[in-house]
Write a protein that binds this ligand. Structure first.
Ligand code: FA5
Ligand code: MG
Length: 332
């Protein structure tokens, strides 16, 4: 713990490779091989052209707050749960929801896992981002590994809860309008987190549907109370899903695309200015295949355009090219 705190103080920014295999495994280990092979340690936020890194950088620049980018993704149960007042019986602790490295360590399920230590190490405001891991539903906006950016702010003495809440909502609305434009539709909803009170959720209108972007609230009194330097003061915290942010920013409809190694993905972002309004164009997730087709006709009036038209009718736009390789005319 002390070593960690010192790292934060020194500005623990350069990404270090963390090898979860160095942690002993035991009977509760449930990290799947695929996660380890394909997703763990990809460090997408460290690839400047990547849409997630772009979203992160735009956010950090707008807020003008220091961002800790290399906090280790393997955290203790205390960091991920207890320090945030998440009860011992809470569903999120279940191995059905959380990847356990061993009995005492998990792959962080949110970047809030660092909140308590950041509060203790003392910056008045901070951001912390990284990859987070959850056993979760599978759909276009959920993935077992995704990225979050947490933010926090501690006020000086004399600031009321009402003022802190206004500051929180104003800060986040300002961020959304800066990123998505002044006319973006936003919706606040009451939410519940054990570590904030009151708690809220912010949704953004995307493709005609409300998309949940973040959770936030005033840091729970018991947490503030527990840290002598900030006892009795007000503070806020939020946690944003960076994929959701980037989906709205770049009109990405499928969360799986962020993990693409395909050039057709990268070339849409590479070298573009940070604020460039990029509208992502989807491409097929399947590699190209070619097929040979032979057929015969006894019609003298046959023209190959008739065939091309039939291909378009049947296959839609899936077909990229049709090439005639050969013609055979039977002597009889
Ligand atoms: C949290 O993770 C809280 N730690 C947020 C927080 C921080 C609240 C500080 C208060 C104070 P939640 O589970 O709702 O909350 O996740 C936050 C955001 O992460 C969601 O709004 C969503 O944008 C994103 N998110 C959640 N699950 C997934 C997933 N499986 N795939 C992609 N994004 C996800
Ligand atoms: Mg939520």
């Amino acid at each position: 713990m002390r070593r960690w705190t010192q790292c934060v103080r020194r500005g623990f920014h350069s990404a270090t490779a963390i090898d979860w295999r160095a942690f002993p495994r035991d009977e509760v280990t449930n990290v799947p091989a695929r996660l380890e092979r394909e997703w763990f340690g990809r460090r997408l936020l460290q690839e400047p052209d990547h849409p997630l890194a772009r979203a992160k950088t735009r956010m950090v620049r707008h807020l003008g707050i220091e961002c800790f980018e290399a906090l280790p993704p393997v955290v203790s149960l205390y960091d991920n749960f207890d320090s945030l007042l998440i009860p011992a019986t809470h569903v999120s602790r279940s191995p059905n929801d959380t990847y356990y490295v061993n009995r005492r360590h998990v792959l962080r399920t949110h970047t809030s896992a660092h909140q308590r230590q950041l509060l203790r190490s003392g910056p008045a405001s901070w951001l912390a981002c990284g990859d987070v891991f959850r056993r979760d539903e599978i759909d276009a906006s959920h993935f077992p590994v995704f990225h979050q950016i947490d933010g926090g702010r501690v006020f000086g003495e004399g600031v009321t809860a009402r003022e802190a809440e206004e500051d929180l909502k104003g800060t986040l609305e300002g961020l959304m309008r800066k990123l998505f434009g002044a006319s973006t539709q936003l919706r606040w909803r009451d939410d519940f987190f054990p570590f904030t009170s009151p708690s809220f959720e912010l949704d953004v209108m995307f493709n005609g549907e409300w998309l949940e972007i973040l959770g936030c609230g005033l840091i729970h009194e018991d947490i503030m109370q527990d840290t002598p330097s900030i006892r009795g003061r007000q503070g806020w915290a939020f946690g944003i899903g960076l994929e959701r942010l980037a989906m709205v920013l770049y009109q990405i409809k499928d969360i799986r695309v962020f993990w693409s190694r395909d050039e057709r993905f990268w070339k849409q972002f590479r070298g573009r200015p940070l604020e460039a309004p990029i509208a992502f164009e989807e491409f097929s997730k399947f590699p190209k295949t070619s097929r040979d087709v032979s057929f015969w006709t006894n019609s003298e009036a046959f023209h190959e355009n008739q065939f091309f038209e039939m291909v378009r009718e049947v296959c839609g736009d899936l077909v990229e090219a049709v090439v005639r390789l050969d013609t055979f005319r039977h002597p009889k």
